[in-house]
Design a protein around this ligand. Structure first.
Ligand code: MG
Length: 304
């Protein structure tokens, strides 16, 4: 199907990064047993997803929901052609990830000083210092590293964020050796033209091919923001099946955009994702049942 726009061509293919088992589950109230998490990731592996972020090596004191990261990484069935990144906060986390057999990792930083302090208890500069040994270990092991940037269109503590600030930190992550930077609208504050202006500003410093978008649907803007960024050449989109995760800054609100909804929109526009929407929706509905919550995916609910 051809885009209605004559000036901005849409991509023919998009890579979806499924973040439900990590970003999603870490923000769910209900804890899941380890075998249920493994089963969930194994189900997702059969849906055609190319990337499934499976856990995080942060201290279990901070995020008790993911205290079983090693066991999860170790026991999942790894499908050929699927990548299974793990979040690492520092050198110790990286060592744990390597010992557990991780073959892909991600580091994370906020573009707001206040958020970074509250999230990882150090300044942005200190975060970059912590990343150096992580990158060295990754390089030695031949492992790719993704960089996550949070609060790109607003911070719960500092409010508005300047696009140039986001661009500078994104470039810094690439210079450090990240193959890709995921731009996270952590509080779901952005709107489509703001998202376009931001991507335009960043892409003057980082090639658009190395940018991914990670939008939250807290204010119902995620799909519109994604479409706006597709027009600028973005081809990697983060999403969480069933919209897992919620929003830690607004109780009961939506968080991560639901993968099912993103896939439906993309495929409907003739953009290939390689994902089996029915299988994905069924996996999302299964995990919602286990978490005793309803799905945040409008498309997913049609498959109940
Ligand atoms: Mg998220």
């Amino acid at each position: 199907m051809k885009s209605l726009h004559t000036t901005n061509a849409l991509p023919s293919k998009v890579t979806i990064v499924e973040v439900g088992p990590r970003d999603g589950l870490q923000n769910e109230q209900q804890h899941l047993d380890t075998d249920k998490k493994i089963n969930f990731i194994n189900r997702l592996s059969t849906c055609g997803l190319p990337v499934i972020e499976c856990s995080s090596m942060v201290s279990s004191q901070w995020i008790p929901q993911l205290a079983d990261a090693e066991e999860v990484i170790n026991k999942i069935d790894r499908h050929p052609g699927v990548r299974y990144p793990v979040l690492v906060p520092n050198e110790k986390g990286m060592q744990r990830a390597l010992a557990a057999g991780a073959t892909s990792v991600a580091i994370f930083i906020a573009v707001s000083e206040s958020f970074n302090q509250k999230n990882v208890n150090c300044s942005i500069d200190e975060s970059f210092t912590r990343f150096e040994p992580v990158m060295a270990l990754a390089k030695a092991a031949g492992i790719e590293v993704r960089g996550y940037l949070s609060c790109i269109m607003g911070c719960p503590y500092e409010g508005k964020i300047k696009p140039m600030k986001v661009a500078t930190i994104a470039r810094h992550l690439i210079e450090l050796g990240c193959y890709e930077v995921s731009l996270g609208d952590t509080i779901g504050a952005g709107t489509p033209l703001q998202a376009q202006r931001l991507v335009q500003t960043i892409s003057k410093q980082v090639p658009v091919e190395q940018l991914a978008i990670h939008f939250h649907d807290t204010r119902g803007q995620a799909l519109a923001n994604i479409f706006a960024c597709l027009e600028l050449g973005i081809t990697t989109i983060d999403a969480a099946v069933a919209g897992l995760g919620g929003c830690p800054y607004a109780k009961g609100s939506s968080g991560n955009v639901a993968t099912e909804d993103v896939v439906y929109m993309l495929e409907g526009m003739g953009i290939e994702t390689g994902i089996d929407l029915r299988a994905l929706s069924e996996a999302g509905n299964m995990i919602c049942q286990q978490l005793k919550r309803s799905s945040h995916s409008k498309v997913g609910r049609l498959y109940q």
